[in-house]
Design a protein around this ligand. Structure first.
Ligand code: FA5
Ligand code: MG
Length: 422
C-alpha cells in the first residue's frame, strides 16, 4: 500500500546539504529536518554537553594505556545518516524485526535512515582496528509525544575488545577465550557457544564494574543511588542486561549492554577476541542528574533554561539542580476522526498522526494521547479520539492561538492522512 505522504513527496530530500532520492520509505518530516543541525551535544554549557564531558572525563581518567594515553578513542562527530546495513544487518537484527519498521524509524529512503542508535557505528569502528571506543550522537525514533519521549534523543555507546592476554593477564597460559571441550560448545543463559564460561564471566564482571563506576562517578556525589541489573535481550549481545537506577521512588532504565555476539567480531575482522558493548541514553541521565522533568526543554533556546547551566566544571563534580521554567498553563483540546477505510491511498497508523501534530504544532505540543478508539459495528468504520495538550515553555497561549493551531492540525490530518474529522 502507498503511504500517506507519498502523494506530495518531492523526488529528493536535502539533508546536510546533500540531495538524497526519496521513495516509498521516505518519512522524514520538516520538524525533524529543521533540528538535524542543532548539534546539542556540542553546544557549550548545554546540559547534554556537560554530561558528555563528564563521561569522557571518566574514561580518560580511569583508562590509560601503557604509554599514558587514553585507552578509549572518542567519536562524537559522525553524521546521523546511516545505512540499513549499519543500523540493523551488521548488528544481526533479523530482517523481519519490528525495530526496522518505518512506523518506528525515520527513513531517508529504503537504503538509508537516521540512526536509531549509536550502536550503528560499532561494526565500522571495530573493522577499522579499534579495541576501545566511545561514540556520542543524536538518534532518531518515531514515538509518541510527552514529557518523557521526544523523536530525537542522544546516546553514548561504548565497546571494549579483549584478546587472550588482556583478558587473563598472568593466567593467560592457563585459560582460553574459546571453548575446546565439545560438551561445552553450546549457548547457555550465561555464555555464547564458542566462548568459555570463564571468559564470559570476566567480561561480564569488567562491563558491570565499568558501568557501575560510571554511575557512581556521575551521580554519586549528590546522594546514595540504588541500582539493579535486569536481564535483557538485544540482537547484537548475549548475555544482555539493562541497568536501572532509582530516582524519586521510581526505577529508570538508563542503559542496555552485554557481551557482543562473536559473529559481529568475526565479520569485522576481529576474530580471536571477546568484547563488551553498552549504549546509554544521555537525556535519561541528564534528567536524573539535573532534575529535569520534561525532555523537550533540551531543545529550548530560552535563556531561562540555558543560563542555568552556564558554568565551567573543570573537576566534573559540580551538580546543579534545574528549576523548571514552564510555569504556563496547559491547554488540552480533543480531536476525533473516522479513520480512512482500507484503500490503496491511505494506510493509517497513529505514529503518522503524532508526526503530523509535531510537524504543525512544534514544541507547543506537550502531549498527544489516544483517549478513545471504537468501531461502528454497522458501518465497520473506526473512530479515534486524541487529546492534544498545548503548552508553551515561554508564555501563556491564548485560546485564539491554540484554536488556530488545532484547526490547522484538523485540516492537515484530513488532507494528508485521509481521515474524516467528526
Ligand atoms: C539500544 O538502543 C541499544 N543500542 C543499547 C545497547 C548497545 C545494548 C550496545 C547492548 C549493547 P535501547 O533502545 O534500550 O537500546 O536504548 C538504550 C538507552 O537509551 C535506554 O536504556 C534509555 O536510557 C535510552 N532511551 C531509549 N529510548 C529512549 C527514549 N524514547 N527517550 C529517551 N531515552 C531513551
Ligand atoms: Mg531498552
Amino acid at each position: 500500500s502507498v503511504r500517506c505522504y507519498s502523494s506530495q513527496k518531492a523526488p529528493t530530500i536535502n539533508l546536510f546539504g546533500k540531495e538524497y532520492p526519496t521513495d516509498d520509505w521516505t518519512n522524514i518530516n520538516k520538524s525533524i529536518q529543521d533540528k538535524l543541525e542543532r548539534n546539542l551535544i556540542h553546544q557549550k554549557y548545554h546540559p547534554l554537553n556537560h554530561l558528555v564531558n563528564k563521561i569522557k572525563h571518566f574514561f580518560y581518567k580511569n583508562y590509560i594505556n601503557r604509554n599514558g594515553n587514553p585507552l578509549f578513542s572518542v567519536y562524537d562527530n559522525f553524521r546521523p545518516i546511516v545505512s540499513v546495513e549499519e543500523n540493523f544487518d551488521s548488528l544481526l537484527t533479523p530482517k523481519d524485526h519490528v525495530s526496522r519498521s518505518k512506523k518506528d524509524c525515520f527513513y531517508v529512503n529504503k537504503d538509508y535512515l537516521l540512526r536509531a542508535h549509536t550502536t550503528a557505528h560499532d561494526n565500522e569502528l571495530i573493522r577499522s582496528g579499534l579495541n576501545c571506543f566511545l561514540t556520542f550522537g543524536d538518534v532518531y525514533r518515531r514515538d509518541e509525544i510527552d514529557a518523557k519521549h521526544y523523536p530525537i534523543f542522544h546516546q553514548c555507546d561504548g565497546v571494549r575488545l579483549f584478546d587472550k592476554n588482556e583478558l587473563f593477564r598472568n593466567a593467560a597460559n592457563e585459560m582460553d577465550i574459546f571453548e575446546k571441550d565439545p560438551s561445552n560448545l553450546k549457548r547457555t543463559s550465561e555464555k555464547q557457544k564458542n566462548y568459555t564460561l570463564d571468559a564470559c564471566k570476566i567480561v561480564e564482571y569488567d562491563l558491570k564494574n565499568t558501568l557501575t563506576n560510571l554511575v557512581q562517578f556521575i551521580f554519586g556525589t549528590s546522594s546514595k543511588i540504588n541500582m539493579k541489573w535486569v536481564d535483557a535481550t538485544f540482537p547484537f549481545t548475549h548475555p544482555s542486561w539493562e541497568l536501572e537506577i532509582e530516582y524519586k521512588g521510581n526505577w529508570y532504565e538508563v542503559l542496555g549492554c552485554g557481551i557482543l555476539e562473536q559473529e559481529i567480531l568475526t565479520n569485522a575482522g576481529a576474530e580471536n577476541h571477546i568484547a563488551w558493548a553498552f549504549g546509554l541514553g544521555l537525556e535519561r541521565w541528564a534528567m536524573i542528574l539535573y532534575d529535569i522533568s520534561d525532555i523537550r526543554v533540551f531543545w529550548s533556546t530560552d535563556n531561562g533554561f540555558l543560563s542555568q547551566f552556564k558554568f565551567d566544571d573543570p573537576t566534573h563534580t559540580k551538580i546543579i539542580k534545574y528549576k523548571p521554567v514552564s510555569v504556563y498553563p496547559p491547554c488540552p483540546i480533543d480531536i476525533s476522526f473516522w479513520l480512512p477505510e482500507p484503500s490503496e491511498t491511505f494506510t493509517y497508523n497513529s505514529n503518522d498522526f503524532y508526526d503530523l501534530v509535531r510537524d504543525v504544532g512544534g514544541d507547543l505540543v506537550e502531549q498527544v494521547t489516544l483517549i478513545d478508539n471504537f468501531e461502528n459495528k454497522k458501518t465497520k468504520k473506526t473512530s479515534h479520539c486524541y487529546r492534544i495538550v498545548y503548552r508553551s515553555m515561554d508564555k501563556t497561549l491564548s485560546l485564539a492561538e491554540v484554536n488556530q493551531l488545532h484547526k490547522l492540525i484538523q485540516t492537515k490530518a484530513a488532507e494528508q492522512l485521509g481521515v474524516k474529522i467528526r
